[in-house]
Design a protein around this ligand. Structure first.
Ligand SMILES: Cc1cc2nc3c(=O)[nH]c(=O)nc-3n(C[C@H](O)[C@H](O)[C@H](O)COP(=O)(O)O)c2cc1C
Length: 325
């Protein structure tokens, strides 16, 4: 069982997805190691966190680190953010030289410093500029271009269906809709009706997003809204097995420890220079919602390097008979 029986495989340009469950772009989390981990657990596609078009055209080292990739994670889509069509086009041309499968444009980020510059969700208030940005990116790359949007700016100005039509008209290959408005931030519940309305508005694939924490919920979202795929963000943090409908994983302590150790091994391989606080934050998430999880996390947050963390994960469960739980 893949969870996709009877469904046509999602196609985004030349990408054919083996699973309709997709890893979300998440700044500070969806790095190469986490994307690889999610793919290993069954995600059909991964998205990089948002990458500044300015950082890319200036070849900033920190930006180039964000677009690092390896063949094993494909298919992968890298996400750009920015508001100037020329710079976005130039950045897309640079990105196209990487062995990736697509480019996404962020039109949903609510963060103040992004929106202040007219990028992210601000583009949903400026469809003319948004169209120019999409055309510039589409014109600069042979890769499929997807766009990630919100429902609209606020409850009074929900424009996702019209906006999605514009995206398709400009050559967009798929649209992801995080069904909340900019003003809602992350509050309230994602609005399934908006996802259904976007699906009804366009022929290109529609990826629904917001609050999904299991493959059952993902399937229900596809059934209710007709969306072609489901993107999972927060529900995958410390829980990459959410992408594994074909081999349900009971997230007991043993499987959590296993996933955490694999994640750590991928971090060791691909990001040995990551700040310990970032690594501890990612690894600590595997032990949320378990008995004695608070103690485990407290210990993890106090470990200040990769080796100590590796030893802790290797040794702790045996000493405390975690496997038996
Ligand atoms: C920590 C964090 C970082 C995020 N970074 C990005 C980002 O870089 N680009 C983007 O388009 N969305 C970003 N998002 C939004 C997610 O991709 C997703 O749309 C949102 O979390 C709703 O989905 P979920 O309920 O499955 O988490 C971020 C969300 C979180 C929680």
């Amino acid at each position: 069982m893949t969870g996709d029986e009877g469904r046509e495989k999602v196609r985004i340009g030349a990408i054919i997805l083996e699973s309709s469950l997709i890893g979300a772009p998440m700044a500070g989390y969806s790095d190469l190691a986490f994307r690889l981990l999610c793919r290993e657990y069954g995600a059909g596609l991964g998205y990089s966190e948002m990458v500044s078009c300015h950082g890319l055209v200036r070849h900033q080292a920190s930006t180039l680190e964000l677009i690092r990739t390896v063949a094993a994670e494909r298919p992968v889509i890298m996400q750009l953010f920015g508001a100037e069509p020329e710079v976005m086009g130039a950045a897309a041309a640079i990105l196209s030289e990487s062995p990736i499968d697509g480019i996404d444009i962020n039109m949903g980020c609510p963060v103040k410093k992004v929106v202040k510059k007219g990028a992210g969700a601000a583009l949903m208030r400026d469809p003319g500029r948004a169209a120019a940005v999409i055309k510039a990116v589409v014109g600069a790359t042979p890769l499929p271009v997807t766009v990630k949007i919100r429902s609209g700016w606020n409850r009074q100005t929900i424009n996702a269906p019209d906006f999605a039509r514009m995206i398709a008209d400009c050559g967009g290959a798929a649209v992801t809709i995080h069904a909340r408005t900019w003003s809602a931030g992350f509050t309230g519940r994602a609005d399934r009706e908006v996802i259904a309305a976007v699906k009804a508005a366009v022929q290109i694939p529609v990826i629904g997003n917001g609050d999904v924490t299991s493959c059952q919920e993902a399937r229900a979202l596809m059934a209710v809204t007709g969306c072609d795929g489901v993107m999972i963000g927060r529900g995958s943090l410390g829980a990459p097995w959410v992408f594994s409908p074909d081999r349900p994983i009971i997230p007991n302590l043993a499987t959590r420890r296993q996933a955490a150790r694999r994640h750590l091994a991928l971090i060791r391989e691909h990001h040995p220079g990551h700040h310990p606080a970032r690594i501890c934050n990612q690894i600590g998430r595997y032990f949320k919602t378990v008995p004695s999880g608070a103690d485990i996390r407290k210990t993890i947050y106090n470990l200040d390097n990769l080796s100590k963390l590796e030893h802790f994960l290797a040794d702790y469960p045996d000493h405390h008979q975690i496997e038996a739980l």
